[in-house]
Design a protein around this ligand. Structure first.
Ligand SMILES: [Zn+2]
Length: 466
């Protein structure tokens, strides 16, 4: 209710540049299916035992490791590829189910219910880290790597299995199994096909070493890592310590993160609200950093572990550093493991330069920059060739003809190279081969920027008026 009230207030106070849309809610996360069936887990156990025995015979592993009181301490098992720099990239959908009754008798280490079981007696035995936002985009671009949470020896690995699962199936997953110095073992499952480390069984991996890319192989409803840990006696471990962890008392994490690990994963300026698409299709997020006065900008913030008690403060800063707009927002649900909120505004004319959008959330500041009215870098390359703009140069009239398909919503803006609006028109429906006419006879000769927003996607092209 608070969000709707804020929306009303802003529209009322600033009718010239009204916020035109806000939306959001939970992100798509994994559904509760067994990551491994009991038969698959038994087969893995058997294979690992065989591999271990071979490695002991070869003298690579010790049959009787020296007893130690120290448990293996784990570091974070994921890493963002160096080519990407989002604030974050994951959410947690499920912890280990500590209640071994079923069905619907669940309890995580913190006495909450962020886990699952099912009627066949399956209790979730690992922690699921899913990619967020744009999980398929991230998987397709190798954005999130699985790395060794502790050093050790590879005692098993599987690759070559289908990796775009969207539902429960009997597919095998791609995985790496690493045995640590104390004989405890970490299972890293659901990895991307073809991404598994080239190191062989029996070779060592260092702490933080690459093992594969997060994918959706095996029983999976979207790209995520299932991390499952066994101690030296092959007992299941929950690496998180908490009041309801009945498996082990001590945390296996060097630095255990909070039960609610609230943060912002990404702040993105867009030309439309995100489209998460149907599994396993890649999402569209309409990211753009160059805008024109009069254009609608979508400011999207992607959260993990957002709670309704947490207030976000959003601020848009003009090129001179002063505030253009600021507003607050609280989520509408007690807890979202992933969520997003996007706000859109019509950008003003005459305030060209580099703007900043900032989100203050839980004591941290997250921000991104975008340009308004800076057009030097605009080329024709992003304009679809089936949209014909002619004649160029134009004398009296300029035409835009749609030669491949129609569009439901069309917005055309013509500005000079300083971002000053010279022409604007909207059309609700354009059919195939229909054309829009733009009078240019009253414009002074020169170069202009034409910007076409077609069903949410924005294209730009320079045109010359003689
Ligand atoms: Zn899992």
């Amino acid at each position: 209710m608070k969000a709707i009230f804020t929306l009303f207030l802003i529209c009322f106070l600033f009718p010239a540049y009204a916020q035109v849309n806000m939306g959001g809610g939970p992100g798509p996360e994994n559904q509760s299916f067994p990551c491994l069936t009991p038969e698959q887990r038994d087969a893995i156990m058997e294979e690992l035992t065989e591999n271990r025995n071979e490695l002991i015979e070869k003298g690579i592993l010790s049959a009787n490791p020296s007893p130690t009181d120290d448990i293996t301490k784990l570091e974070w098992p994921l890493k963002q590829n160096a080519n990407f720099n989002d604030y974050g990239y994951h959410g947690i959908s499920n912890f280990v189910d500590q209640d071994f009754n079923f069905p619907n008798m669940i309890q995580d280490y913190n006495c909450g219910n962020r886990t699952y079981d099912n009627q066949n007696g399956y209790n979730h035995k690992g922690t699921d880290y899913y990619l967020w936002p744009f999980r398929w985009y991230k998987m397709d671009h190798d954005v999130v790597e699985v790395v060794a949470a502790a050093p050790g020896v590879i005692i098993g690995k599987t690759d070559g299995n289908f990796d775009r699962s969207c539902s429960f199936n009997s597919n095998q997953w791609n995985a790496v199994y690493v045995q640590h110095a104390d004989n405890s073992v970490a299972w890293y499952g659901h990895l991307k096909n073809g991404s598994i480390t080239s190191k062989n069984i029996g070779e060592s991996v260092a702490l933080g070493e690459y093992l594969g890319v997060v994918g959706s192989s095996g029983n999976s409803t979207g790209p995520h890592l299932h991390l499952e840990i066994y101690d030296s006696a092959n007992n299941l471990i929950d690496p998180y310590s908490g009041a309801c962890n009945g498996l082990n008392s001590e945390s296996w994490w060097n630095d255990q993160r909070g039960y609610y690990d609230s943060g912002v994963n990404a702040v993105i300026t867009q030309t439309a609200a995100p489209n998460f698409a149907t599994c396993p299709n890649q999402e569209k997020f309409f990211a753009q950093t160059d805008f024109q006065g009069g254009e609608t900008i979508f400011l999207a913030t992607y959260y993990r572990d957002q709670l309704d008690t947490q207030t976000s403060v959003y601020t848009m800063y003009k090129p001179d550093g002063s505030v253009w707009k600021t507003w607050n927002h609280n989520s509408n649900a007690t807890h979202y493991s992933s969520s997003y909120w996007s706000w859109s505004w019509v950008l003003p004319f005459g305030l060209d330069g580099t703007w900043t959008f900032e989100v203050q959330y839980e004591g941290e500041k997250y921000s991104t920059n975008f340009n308004v009215g800076i057009v030097q870098s605009v080329g024709d390359s992003d304009f679809p060739s089936h949209i014909n703009i002619f004649p160029n140069p134009a004398k009296d009239r300029l035409f835009i003809r749609f030669e491949e398909k129609g569009y439901k919503n069309i917005q055309i803006i013509l500005t000079d190279l300083f971002g000053k609006l010279v022409h604007e028109q909207e059309k609700p429906n354009i059919i195939l081969n229909e054309q829009i006419e733009i009078p240019v006879n009253n414009m002074s000769a020169g170069v202009y920027l034409i910007q076409a927003k077609l069903d949410g996607e924005v294209f730009r092209k320079k045109v010359v008026v003689e």
